[in-house]
Write a protein that binds this ligand. Structure first.
Ligand SMILES: NC(=O)c1ccc[n+]([C@@H]2O[C@H](COP(=O)([O-])OP(=O)(O)OC[C@H]3O[C@@H](n4cnc5c(N)ncnc54)[C@H](O)[C@@H]3O)[C@@H](O)[C@H]2O)c1
Length: 389
């Protein structure tokens, strides 16, 4: 295990009815002017918008709104939010929605005190030095954005989707009420399941030795998601299943808590960002397609980890099988699960062909090789994309 530092400053309020604690949170923080950030209107359909507004009004907060945050949020929307904060003297940003809304709100938060253009943070031209405080009410279990400092933003003028991570961007508080996810449709529930499993994969497939606790944490999250994901898809209002998935999503990408002292990979995410920067597909759809192919491309680097994955997570019976056969059975079980819950398995399923493969591969390695389990160069990335066609 490597030495590490770990800090996670986000306060979590988890459980049925916790959305009604919002007013109290705002009041106790002493915040007076709130930028309410939300998406295309699902929070209005589910009655959450009214619940949020009435609580903010009750505590006397002035409300400024940034509606219409896109799935795969855009830097143009973030810039609008930054302008609003400056014009209105906002002192709390409140994101109500899924990962896209939370990520956009984080980018607004870090952009307000910065004199240059917020996109500078995404292309690593500037370092984040501070942020406005951020609170969140999560409506979709997937990204872990509710308890980490990451944000993924798309720039359509340049066809780029880039991420930043900063201690300044962790929410001050996040309200996780599983009942708010009852209305999440089946396809988005599937995306969430794939996303959180992918986050664990990026941390679990590591070459750092002697990390048994971290490995078991990863394996238990994967098993819990696998079991409860299928239940939530059959019974969308099953509280236990929705709550378990929600907690898994938060743990899966929690500022690195489950993989402290381990080198992470993240190559597959880097590749996916370039796919969805060009094709605007759901992030998780890209991950479901790419991950089994990444696994097939790299498993020989450390076959023991893939054998452990197959046996512990997918209960592959090792008797009479070679390590190679066990590892491949685990990868196949992953692909079969994604397929069973309705995730896409090929880029062709999303209407994506060979045309932009070179560009995606080049852009993925813009800052050098990606990943650490097996560092991937442009040719490797292209090979994985080709396997995914
Ligand atoms: N910050 C991170 O750590 C991190 C990690 C992974 C991915 N991401 C990014 O997050 C984004 C995806 O976020 P996401 O997967 O949470 O999805 P999302 O926020 O894009 O939402 C997907 C859709 O679900 C709808 N929705 C949300 N809650 C709903 C509800 N309760 N009922 C009905 N519909 C609802 C939204 O309106 C939207 O149309 C991508 O841009 C991805 O790159 C961020």
């Amino acid at each position: 295990m490597n030495s590490f530092e770990f800090q996670n400053p986000t306060r979590i309020l988890f459980g049925a009815g916790m959305a009604d604690q919002l007013g109290e949170q705002v009041k106790s923080g002493g915040w007076k002017t709130v930028l309410l950030v939300y998406g295309g209107g699902s929070i209005k359909k589910m009655g959450l918008y009214d619940r949020v507004i009435s609580q903010l009004q009750q505590v006397g907060a002035k409300i400024v709104e940034l509606p219409g945050v896109e799935p795969n949020p855009r830097v143009t929307t973030v810039r609008k939010g930054i302008d609003l904060c400056r014009e209105e003297g906002v002192d709390l940003i409140l994101a109500v929605g899924g990962g896209s809304v939370l990520d956009a709100a984080k980018a607004v938060a870090v952009g307000v005190p910065y004199e240059g253009d917020v996109w500078d943070f995404l292309i690593r031209k500037a370092q984040i030095q501070g942020a406005l405080p951020l609170g969140t009410v999560l409506t979709l279990s997937a990204t872990g954005s509710e308890m980490n400092g990451n944000s993924v933003i798309t720039n359509w003028e340049e066809n780029l989707k880039k991420a930043f991570g900063s201690i300044h961007a962790f929410p001050k508080f996040s309200i996780l009420d599983p009942t708010l996810t009852y209305s999440v449709p089946a396809d988005q529930t599937v995306n969430g399941i794939v996303d959180m499993m992918s986050h664990v994969f990026e941390q679990y497939f590591s070459s750092t030795p002697d990390t048994p606790l971290q490995e078991r944490l990863c394996e238990s999250i994967l098993q819990t998601v696998i079991e409860n994901g299928e239940i939530a898809l059959m019974e969308p209002t099953n509280y236990a299943a929705r709550a378990n998935i929600m907690l898994c999503g938060t743990y899966a990408l929690n500022g690195g808590m489950i993989s402290v002292g381990m080198q992470n990979d993240w190559a597959t995410h880097m590749i996916e960002h370039e796919v969805s920067a060009i094709y605007d597909i759901a992030h998780a759809a890209g991950l479901a397609i790419l991950f089994p192919n990444w696994m097939k491309y790299v498993y020989r680097e450390r076959i023991d980890r893939f054998v452990q994955f197959a046996v512990r997570v997918w209960q592959v019976d090792p008797n009479g099988k070679s390590d190679e056969e066990i590892a491949l059975a685990g990868i196949e079980a992953t692909r079969a699960y994604f397929s069973r819950i309705g995730a896409p398995t090929r880029l062709a399923d999303m209407g994506i062909g060979e045309e932009q493969l070179n560009r995606m591969a080049t852009e993925t390695v813009r800052f050098g090789t990606v990943g650490s389990f097996k560092p991937l160069n442009e040719q490797d990335v292209k090979a994985i994309l080709q396997m995914s066609l």
